[in-house]
Design a binder for this molecule. Structure first.
Ligand code: MG
Length: 338
């Protein structure tokens, strides 16, 4: 089976500011696998703070050798071999995993949600992300996202209350808050959770630095709103560590090394009584459409990544007005347009 990759740079519609910094672009590596006249598409999205680049992804993908005619029965074995090439490289591994899933789904003539036996009607609504910004920027983004039923507001700066007050001036829709590890002090984090609860905030994601698990467990036992792990939980082995520390986990293909492990993470989280958010990076509709195949298994979806860019080379599962719409298209359901 042939594997090709192409570096690509996503242009963000607005500068995107998190507690870790601001950026205007996101590097991605588009991955294709081909055999029997079928092409499977995949994608590695590499926000700079996670450490992968076009160069590291290309170097990793050059070492990937895929056997002829993969089947469902040896997909796990193939992906374990890819994983064993080198540690890290989660996004590059996800690119291979997604492309293989796409190719296999096309070979079977079925979308993945159907292969997994899921009902598209079970997909939760998706939030729309509002990055950190000045008051006017925040209000403009809320206005642009008026069709969405729920917002994910990024916090973790010295103007957190001001930002939430600004959003609350113009809408009473539910808000989810993502702090991206921005509150190092647990007493401050608890005061904020109590205040956010009074502002109709549904949940708080990764309030404290990822390694502060004891503080996070302390916070979780006192917070009136659910506390969800993002940066603290990347792969399957991390899900167990979230038990007793968080109320739920945010599962993302780019952290999980792809669909196969993300699916296993969701099942593991469920068995531990943890809630599941299905999230994304800024990504094209290739990776978003892949993640959307899992959306019927999630409590909360945050799949707006392709809506934040203006040069999407794919169409796929859509997230319109927060509604995740899966299609009958086989594989991951994405079509390359250019
Ligand atoms: Mg997050």
């Amino acid at each position: 089976m042939r594997l090709r990759c192409y570096p690509y740079t996503l242009e963000l519609s607005h500068p995107f500011t998190l507690s870790s910094g601001t950026r205007n672009t996101t590097p991605v590596m588009l991955v294709e696998v081909e055999e029997d006249g079928l092409t499977g598409y995949g994608e590695a999205s590499m926000p700079p703070y996670l450490g992968e680049t076009h160069e590291t992804a290309r170097a990793f993908l050059l070492r990937v050798e895929l056997p002829c005619s993969p089947e469902l029965s040896n997909l796990g074995e193939i992906l374990r071999a890819v994983d064993a090439i080198a540690p890290g490289n989660h996004a590059a591994k996800a690119g291979v995993d997604i492309a293989l899933h796409d190719w296999l789904g096309k070979k079977l003539g079925q979308p993945w949600y159907r292969i997994w036996g899921l009902d598209p009607g079970d997909a939760p609504v998706s939030s729309f992300t509002i990055g950190i910004g000045e008051r006017e920027d925040v209000l403009r983004k809320v206005e642009e996202a008026h069709g969405f039923p729920v917002f994910k507001v990024k916090l973790g700066c010295d103007r957190d209350r001001e930002i939430i007050e600004a959003v609350r001036e113009v809408t009473d829709k539910p808000i989810r808050v993502d702090v991206n590890q921005g509150w190092a002090d647990r007493d401050h984090a608890l005061r904020m959770c109590e205040w956010l609860a009074s502002k109709n905030v549904e949940l708080v994601e990764q309030p404290m630095p990822k390694e502060q698990l004891e503080d996070m467990a302390w916070l979780r036992s006192r917070s009136p709103i659910p506390v969800i792990a993002d940066e603290s939980v990347s792969r399957l082995a991390d899900v167990r560590k979230a038990y007793g520390v968080f109320d739920g986990v945010n599962v993302k293909l780019m952290k999980a090394t792809g669909l196969r492990e993300a699916h296993a993470m969701i099942l593991a989280a469920r068995s531990l009584g943890l809630k599941v958010m299905l999230g994304c990076m800024t990504e094209t509709s290739c990776a978003i459409s892949a993640a959307a195949q899992l959306s019927p298994l999630a409590d909360w979806a945050d799949l707006d990544g392709a809506l934040l860019i203006n040069n999407d080379p794919f169409i796929g599962a859509t997230v319109t007005g927060g509604r995740v719409t899966l299609t009958d298209r086989p594989g991951i359901g994405a079509v390359k347009m250019i």
